[in-house]
Each structure stands twice: as structure tokens, then as C-alpha cells.
Design a protein around this ligand. Structure first.
Ligand code: NOJ
Length: 507
């Protein structure tokens, strides 16, 4: 859950720990096992908490350490485990380490970050660009050198080749594990260690700094800034620490090459690695099947399956909006929840809501927000709990982002309707519990337009085409439909009809 937008417990218009604690029951009812909480640490909020100023405290905007403990206690009571976000690639410029580091070239904390002299020709220390666009270097006038940042200038990158940084994070991980968390979601896991000589990346096309952030990033082969082999040693070290507490290490691994992803899981690396290609695929049966099979084919079972997050347009929006977008999202969930690994839901995905509408004057995200790049505000609008003003999210007259969702798309309304996305999702999670998790995935080829696989006694089908289709099957029962709950029952004719975008589970 994205803490700013989940539930506001103190009426200031921003989600917080108190609000979260009171709404955990929803997640337990839904069948969730683990709650991942996005950063709640002290932060100047240039990137809404992904710019951390103190890794072992709580920002007053989100509550107190006692309130954090209360969240863990309540989660435990409900049978949920808590995973928190750790942001090790960069700190905030307001972190005490960076304040010290920039105070002088000889400060002991200087080498916690990555500094380089300005080249005589007026260029940057190398050609790296940031994920948010623009050069990855900012000149610090006071101390007379450039520092590296793969995100905003307010998010300086840590130097993971410095053993002191490694030790600091051992301590930080233990601090939270001792407080009862069950592990970490590692922000930008693929980027921690940089090339030792900071070599320039091969240029694929001339970079245009007026282009959108994705186009700028795509102008280079990222040989030297991300996915460096030495990162694995850090994952191994952390895995040993979290395993002392029976915890889990989940990498936000933004790499779209399955072999590179597999390398991060191998040999006691991460427990789970996110596979993000599902967020960047075209909607046709062949592409969907290939996208799901690719990480499994490269030998990784421990995939974190996602179609939504606080960083990308919501799936119903991406898939064309309206009934079609919503059905596609539920259809894709059906497949994702049938695969080996760990499926994730992003708050509101269980309601199949589209992006919220954020007028330009309320734009909050530091990136995007134009015709080319929608930015991230739309997927971050407050969770719609109930129909009243404030949507049950807040009692404040103005939440930090507006909520434009239809009054029918609330938890309260959908809970009363068995055919709602909320109930479809809940039933799917229940069904997942019946799967034999050791059963391999066998891909089926049932014909054009269909994506299908078998796991043990279960078969999963999605009609990704535009027309109604009939599939022939030897299965005896239909256990689940992503559209119509009352289709569940015996299959008498060896045939099952599928509407466009409908997914079913058979046994
Ligand atoms: C990934 C996070 O999900 C995103 O919200 C953030 O802006 C970047 N990492 C940088 O920390």
C-alpha cells in the first residue's frame, strides 16, 4: 500500500500509520498475506518519501514509532506480515550523511556518496542520465565537485563500494527486523553498485534532454550504471540477515531481461524479484504468454508478479479504460495468481479502478504529467473506501490528491456485490490457496486468442482476443470466472465459452 493514499487517521488529508492500522482488516478479509508499506521515514518529500532523511525514524506526517509498532501488532493479530520499503540507492539531500558529506571534501562522510571533479571542458563527469531524465550529475558549488544521482538532484546516490555504507545498512535492517517486520522491498535494487571507474555508457542514439524521461534513458546501453555483478554480494549479505528473522527480501528489480533478473535470484541472492514486463506489454495472446513464460523459462520461480504499482498508470486505464480495461485487468490477475512466485496487488487494484483525474493545478509528482508521460499522480489518488466526501479516506476538506472515482467504485459498495472486482479478486486469492505450489507450469496451446497453462489439477485460460471463443476441455469443473461468479459448476459438454477478456480456472 502507498501510505500517503491508503487511509488518513488524523484528518490532515495525507494517509498515515494510524489510518493504515484501522484499515488492515480490509486486507485480511481480502486474503492478503503480506502488507508492503511504502516509505514512512522522515523526508523533505521531494519524491514523496523515496528521499529518506533518517532510516530509523518515522516522519511526523505519517505518525510515530509507537504507531508503527501498533501497525505491526495489529497486522500480527490479523495474521498479516509487514514488509517495509528500504531505499538504499540514494538518500535525501537532508540526510545527516549528505549534509556532512557536502560540508567539505575531507569530511569522513564524503565517500558515502559519489563525487567527481568537473572536467576541464565543461562537460559532466560521464554521460549517465537519471531515470527521471536529465544528466545524473549535479555540481555542488560549495565543495566544488559533482555528485551522482540516478533520480532527482535531491536524491544523491550512495557509494556502495564503501564498506561503511554496507555496515550502516546492516544496522538499519536489524533495527526494523527487531521491531517485528518480516522483510524488505528493496527500492531500485538493480542500481546499488556502480561501475568502479564510472565509465560512460555506450550511446545508442544522441540523447535529447527535451524528450521524455523514458526516451532519454533508452538512448544508452546501461552497461555501467545499473545491474553490476557486485550487487549480488549485497543481496546475499542481507538475505543472511533477514533469514535470522525468518524474513523475506524482495527486489524492486527494474530489468526487463529475464536472464539478468535470474542472476539476482541465483545463489542465495534475493528471495523474490519483481518482473515488470507485464506492465509494458501489448494486449494479445502471444505477447502475454511470452511475457509470463520468459522469467520462468530462464529458471526463476521466485518471481514477484505485478500489473499495478504507485509508479505506473493503473491497468484498467492502460488497457483502454471502461468495462474493457477493467475486464482485462481482472483477466490478467487470474493468470498472475496462478503462477509460481509471489503475486502483488496494489491498493485499489482489487476494485479495478482506473487512474484518478488530477487537474494540472493539483499536480504533485515531480516527474511527468504531460501528454507524452502521464506522471504518477493518477495512480496515487486516495483509496476510495466509501461514498461520502473524502471517500472514507480522509475527513479533511481537501485530500493531498483529489479523488475522482465513481461512487460505485468504493470498497463499501463492491463488498455488497458478489460480481464486483473486489469479490472476484478475493475469490481468486482463495483459489490460489488450493494450488499445489510445487506443480510446474505447463503451457497449453488451445488456439488463437487464448493464453492457457496447467498447474497440477488446475487449468487457467484467458481469452485475449476480441471475439467470443469456445474451448474444448477434459476438465470437469469450472471453479472461477473473472466476469460471472455464477458460472461456477460442473462442465457437462467438454466445452467452455469465453467472452472477450474473460479468464476462467478449470479443474
Ligand atoms: C521506485 C519507487 O517505486 C518510486 O516511487 C521512486 O520514485 C523511485 N524508486 C526512486 O526511489
Amino acid at each position: 500500500m502507498y501510505i500517503r493514499s491508503f487511509a488518513d487517521g488524523n484528518g490532515d488529508g495525507v494517509g498515515d500509520l494510524r489510518g493504515l492500522k484501522d484499515r488492515l482488516e480490509h486486507l485480511a478479509w481480502l486474503g492478503v498475506d503480506i502488507v508492503w508499506i511504502t516509505p514512512f521515514y522522515p523526508s523533505p518529500m521531494f519524491d514523496f518519501g523515496y528521499d529518506v532523511a533518517d532510516y530509523t525514524a518515522v516522519d511526523p506526517l505519517f505518525g510515530t514509532l509507537d504507531e508503527f509498532d501498533a501497525v505491526v501488532d495489529e497486522a500480527t493479530r490479523l495474521g498479516l506480515r509487514v514488509v517495509i520499503d528500504i531505499v538504499p540507492n540514494h538518500t535525501s539531500i537532508e540526510h545527516a550523511w549528505f549534509r556532512a558529506a557536502r560540508s567539505s571534501k575531507t569530511d569522513p562522510k564524503r565517500s558515502y556518496y559519489i563525487w567527481r571533479d568537473a572536467p576541464a571542458d565543461g562537460s559532466h563527469p560521464n554521460n549517465w542520465v537519471g531515470y527521471f531524465g536529465g544528466p545524473a550529475w549535479t555540481y555542488d558549488e560549495a565543495s566544488g565537485q559533482y555528485y551522482l544521482h540516478l533520480f532527482l538532484p535531491e536524491q544523491p546516490d550512495l557509494n556502495w563500494r564503501n564498506p561503511s555504507v554496507i555496515e550502516e545498512f546492516d544496522r538499519i535492517l536489524r533495527f526494523w527486523l527487531e521491531r517485528g517486520v518480516s522483510g524488505f522491498r528493496i527500492d531500485v535494487a538493480q542500481a546499488l553498485v556502480k561501475d568502479e571507474q564510472l565509465r560512460s555508457n555506450p550511446e545508442l542514439s544522441p540523447v535529447d534532454f527535451d524528450a521524455d524521461r523514458h526516451t532519454q534513458w533508452a538512448a544508452f546501453a546501461h552497461d555501467h550504471d545499473v545491474t553490476q555483478d557486485d550487487t549480488l554480494a549485497i543481496f546475499k549479505r542481507w538475505r543472511a540477515i533477514v533469514e535470522e528473522y525468518d524474513g523475506i527480501l524482495i527486489g524492486e528489480t527494474y530489468v526487463l531481461e529475464p536472464d539478468v533478473l535470474a542472476g539476482m535470484l541465483r545463489g542465495d541472492g534475493l528471495h523474490v524479484a519483481f518482473w515488470f514486463k507485464t506492465m509494458h506489454m501489448e494486449w494479445n495472446a502471444e505477447t502475454i504468454a511470452q511475457t509470463l513464460a520468459a522469467p520462468l523459462d530462464s529458471g526463476s520461480d521466485e518471481i514477484g508478479w505485478v500489473q499495478a504499482s504507485h509508479d505506473e498508470p493503473r491497468p484498467p486505464t492502460r488497457f483502454g479504460g471502461g468495462t474493457r480495461g477493467r475486464r482485462r485487468s481482472l483477466g490478467l490477475s487470474t493468470l498472475l495468481l496462478g503462477l509460481p512466485g509471489l503475486p502483488f496487488l496494489y491498493q485499489g487494484e482489487e476494485l479495478a479502478i482506473e487512474d484518478g483525474i488530477v487537474p494540472p493545478e493539483m499536480k504533485a509528482d515531480p516527474v511527468g504529467g504531460d501528454e507524452v508521460d502521464a506522471g504518477r499522480d493518477g495512480c496515487r489518488t486516495p483509496m476510495p473506501w466509501s461514498a461520502e466526501p473524502g471517500k472514507g479516506f480522509t475527513t479533511a476538506p481537501t485530500p493531498w490528491l483529489p479523488s475522482s472515482h465513481d461512487p460505485d467504485d468504493t470498497v463499501a459498495v463492491q463488498r455488497g456485490d458478489p460480481s464486483s472486482p473486489l469479490h472476484r479478486t478475493r475469490q481468486l486469492i482463495e483459489l490460489r490457496r488450493q494450488l499445489d505450489h510445487d506443480a510446474p507450469v505447463e503451457w497449453l496451446d488451445p488456439g488463437t486468442g487464448l493464453v492457457a497453462f496447467r498447474r497440477g489439477d488446475f487449468e487457467f485460460f484467458l481469452n485475449a482476443g476480441d471475439d467470443e471463443l469456445t474451448l474444448h476441455t477434459e476438465c470437469g469443473a469450472l471453479l472461477y470466472s473473472s466476469i460471472t461468479p455464477d458460472r461456477v459448476g460442473t462442465i457437462s459438454s467438454s466445452r467452455v465459452r469465453l467472452e472477450p477478456d474473460e479468464a476462467v480456472v478449470l479443474r
